[in-house]
Design a protein around this ligand. Structure first.
Ligand code: PHE
Length: 522
């Protein structure tokens, strides 16, 4: 049908060169001209298809046409109320007059009520005794005729006054409509064959390309939007911080082990076995498998001894040591557990273990190489804490951690490093406050001035690792290790203006927000 209609439009244009009013077209398969709005919508479809191939151009004209309401449609089929009243009555003198009660029974309350008055007014019916009779033997039901005319043409030849009357009676309603005038387009032809969009090998070999018509390039067409993945803000800021560390000569630590033993997460760091951080309320313990593997026995012995009895100049905690406690498995509460592994490894040569690292010791011409090599290490990975979640806390977050090991480092080195590090993140003003960590002494909390919040906010924690931690690992006495840690979430939230951590990760995250968030400034 669509093809037939397009062909009809092209043939009409070919014959008359213009179609002044599409309402005069007779759509193939129909007997009447396309006066109705539905027909014009069908024609518009055909016109648009031809327009896209530049075969026609057309102008749109707006009209106000009329459609029948449900009640109007009923009347168009079965006649007006007054006609139905008239039809229900006997002719005068030809039978018993019908009483109003009988009439209501016959034609229904609504028809009887509305129809009686109009039939009287029209002079169609009259009273006889208590009843009603026909006065005319034939009538012309103008209402029905008008509605039928409106149904097929959308309007009335008799004009606006009758239309207004029918509108008032709620038998018809206005509807906006369209019709079109059509002209030949720049690529007019009477053939509706679709132009080719591709030049194929077949066309080339058969020579069909010579006679084919090809679709024109549309240089105005907008390309399809490119859909791509986008990085989560946390990943963007992680990349920025990772680059800062790499620029400062740091190497990334392996941090793949989310599950750690209490030994590496706490004991190796000289965190007392009775420390509240080790409580079930603060740490997620793993029940299966029930225990970790046993750490290297000599190191284990040195760690347990320094806890229980002291050593390396320390009095220790002088509390009973529980082996059971050290073997508990948990989700690591800080990435300092990974740092402990790496520092233990770094001290291997100092312990006399044979590792293939024969780099000369920088600036040291001492008689004996004690095996120590300076190191700058960092990590950025996930940690877990058994916390009640709120706007700024999640049970799972990321820690950024830096560790520097060298001989004779001082607190000033740590402070200097952190200033450079935080400056690189765009934090210009930093302040330090004495703090406490079981594994560092001294310890410093780091505060940054937040210009938007107009106050100092805590951004990290740091310190010089204690000899009770370093010396059991085998580090020479003059080796100092300092470190600092911060969450990845806090700088990310500040950077992207997010004030609830639960909109940064989890099901409340706005995908659109993530797609639109710019890359951080480096
Ligand atoms: N582990 C500390 C924390 O979780 C951060 C830290 C790392 C402190 C290294 C000192 C040294 O907050």
């Amino acid at each position: 049908m669509a093809e037939g209609l397009q062909q009809l439009i092209l043939d009409t244009l070919h014959a008359d060169s213009t179609i002044p009013d599409t309402r005069s077209l007779v759509i193939p398969g129909q007997s009447e001209p396309a006066a109705s709005q539905d027909a014009q919508i069908t024609i518009l479809g055909a016109l648009n298809s031809l327009l896209s191939r530049n075969m026609v151009k057309f102008e749109t004209h707006e009209t106000l046409s009329h459609v029948l309401t449900p009640e109007g449609s009923q009347i168009a089929v079965g006649g007006s109320h007054e006609a139905r009243v008239w039809a229900a009555l006997p002719a005068k003198g030809e039978g018993a007059p019908v009483t109003p009660v009988q009439l209501r029974k016959q034609v229904g309350d609504e028809t009887a009520k509305v129809g009686q008055g109009r039939a009287f007014k029209n002079g169609w019916i009259g009273k006889e005794g208590d009843g009603l009779v026909k006065l005319l033997s034939t009538i012309k039901d103008l209402t029905q005729l008008d509605l039928l005319e409106i149904q097929s043409s959308g309007s009335l030849k008799s004009g606006e006054k009758d239309l207004a009357d029918l509108r008032k009676r709620k038998l018809i309603a206005q509807r906006k409509g369209q019709w079109f005038t059509v002209q030949k387009g720049s690529d007019f032809s009477t053939s509706t064959a679709k132009p080719e969009t591709d030049l194929t090998v077949d066309m080339l070999t058969s020579g069909a390309w010579k006679t084919s018509t090809f679709k024109k390039y549309n240089f105005e067409a907008e390309g399809a939007p490119t859909e791509g993945g986008s990085l989560h803000p946390l990943l963007k800021v992680r990349e920025e911080i990772r680059n800062n560390f790499l620029e400062m000569g740091f190497a990334e630590m392996p941090t793949a082990s989310f599950v750690e033993s209490s030994f590496w997460c706490f004991d190796a760091l000289f965190v007392p076995q009775q420390h509240p951080a080790r409580d079930l309320q603060d740490t997620f313990y793993v029940s299966d498998p029930p225990h970790s593997l046993h750490p290297e026995p000599e190191y284990y012995k040195r760690v347990s001894t320094v806890h229980e009895h002291g050593g390396f100049g320390s009095t220790g905690y002088r509390a009973p040591w529980s082996h059971e406690e050290t073997t508990k498995l948990l989700l690591r509460t800080h990435t300092t557990a990974s740092s402990a592994h790496m520092l233990y490894k770094l001290a291997a040569k100092c312990r006399g273990e044979d590792l293939e690292d024969d780099r000369p010791v920088a600036g040291k011409e001492g008689p004996k190489d004690d095996g120590f090599r300076p190191a700058k290490l960092f990590s950025i990975d996930r940690v877990f804490r058994n916390e009640t979640t709120d706007a700024t806390h999640l049970a799972e977050f990321h820690q950024v951690e830096g560790v520097v090991a060298d001989r004779g480092l001082t607190l000033a080195d740590l402070i200097g490093f952190m200033k450079v590090f935080f400056n690189k993140m765009g934090i210009e003003q930093v302040r330090f406050k004495p703090a406490y960590n079981p594994y560092t002494e001294p310890s410093l909390e780091i505060f940054a001035f937040h210009p938007m919040l107009d106050r100092w906010v805590e951004v990290g924690n740091s310190g010089m690792f204690r000899p009770e931690m370093l010396e059991p690992m085998g580090f020479p006495k003059d080796v100092r290790v300092h470190g600092w840690g911060l969450s990845l979430e806090r700088p990310t939230m500040i950077r992207y203006g997010i004030n609830n951590i639960r909109t940064l990760v989890g099901h409340k995250t706005s995908i659109e927000g993530i797609e639109n968030s710019p890359a951080p400034m480096l």
